[in-house]
Design a protein around this ligand. Structure first.
Ligand SMILES: Nc1ncnc2c1ncn2[C@@H]1O[C@H](COP(=O)(O)OP(=O)(O)O)[C@@H](O)[C@H]1O
Ligand SMILES: [Mg+2]
Length: 323
């Protein structure tokens, strides 16, 4: 048998499928992320196809088995673990968390409970299903919530991304509308204590040398909340990479993000979102298993700030996943 194995020192050229698109609220973001990932991998010498998953996905994968799959599907199906669990049945390696682990990280109140149990700070919150309001009466439920959590609070869908359905609520009278807004994205929503401080997103990567944090990206939305529009339109938000934190706090933030990444078993890649308060305590907001990789996204900014290139790092992650 003749083999054309590359020498040990050179990067193997892989056949890679990037999954992008899908039918979630974040379809367009996914397509943009997928295209950017594919371009970077192609320029590193890999053969890349971008596939928009539909009813032919598994037959296409069976017909033309890639060496590795890069799922870049934000939102449900991509991030809730369903597609990832199905990918596992094909035996084709893929980048990032396995299905069951993804399903834990995807449910923000579940991830928060695990992280709190491990001794990290995450803002207090109350999680309410849509039915809670019907079963117990909206007025009583909202009164309990208002009594337990000091305003302002943040109302969010239990799952999802790109700040869709997220509102800051400054007084009790605004709560009902914020709950309705959150329920338009998910059947379960939660009300969380608002944390004032420096918002940071920390990319954690593992290309085989162990999980490590890239420089934290500080986010300063001019509107106060890092909203959907702020995320995908230039000029609405100021970014500082590395974040304007003391060395000591920056190290605490990096160590916390890596510990959370490992606790949640997020493998090659994740982005951990935190707010650092005035005492330097990082408060966990959420873990993103398939973080945005568009032109304006945070992970590419962190990669560049670390002095790495997108082709170099993405290629190393793909090679690691394919092993
Ligand atoms: N507890 C909180 N305190 C202050 N701001 C928050 C809080 N939770 C969320 N935010 C703001 O809302 C944005 C979206 O919240 P997040 O939980 O990260 O959801 P998403 O998955 O949509 O990114 C954050 O980037 C931050 O600006
Ligand atoms: Mg977030």
């Amino acid at each position: 048998m003749t083999t054309h194995a590359p020498s040990e020192s050179s990067t193997p050229s892989l056949d890679i499928v990037v999954l992008a698109g899908g039918i979630s609220h974040e379809r367009d973001v996914s397509l943009r992320s997928g295209r950017r990932i594919a371009d970077a991998l192609a320029s590193a010498g890999h053969t890349v196809r971008v596939v928009d998953p539909d009813a032919s996905l598994f037959s296409r994968l069976a017909e033309h088995r890639p060496d590795v799959i890069w799922p870049a599907l934000h939102g449900t199906t991509g991030e809730d673990g369903a597609l990832l669990s199905l990918l596992e049945t094909t035996g084709i390696p893929f980048i990032g968390a396995h299905g069951d682990d993804a399903s834990l990280a995807w449910l923000k109140p579940v991830a928060k409970a695990l992280i709190r149990r491990a001794g990290f700070a995450t803002p207090d919150s109350i999680t309410l299903g849509r039915e809670t309001f019907r079963d117990l009466g909206a007025a009583d439920v909202l009164e309990r919530v208002s009594a337990a959590l000091p305003f302002p609070v943040v109302v969010k869908p239990s799952q999802g991304g790109s700040a869709q359905g997220v509102s800051i609520v400054r007084e009790a009278s605004e709560l009902p509308r914020a709950m309705v807004e959150a329920y338009s994205y998910s059947d379960t929503a939660f009300v969380e204590r608002h944390v004032t401080g420096t918002e940071v997103a920390v990319a954690v990567v593992d290309d085989g040398q162990g999980a490590h944090a890239l420089p934290a990206v500080e986010i300063e939305p001019l509107s106060g909340v890092y909203s959907f529009d702020d995320r995908y339109n230039a000029g609405e938000t100021l970014f500082y990479t590395p974040a304007r934190l003391s060395d000591e706090v920056a190290k605490r933030v990096a160590d916390t993000a890596v510990a959370i990444h490992e606790l949640l078993h997020l493998r090659q890649l994740s982005r951990i979102d935190l707010i650092v308060d005035a005492e330097g305590t990082p408060w966990f907001l959420e873990a993103n298993i398939l973080p945005g990789m568009t032109e304006t996204s945070l992970v590419p900014q962190a990669i560049e700030a670390a002095g790495l290139t997108l082709p170099g790092l993405y290629s190393a992650l793909a090679v690691e996943a394919s092993r």
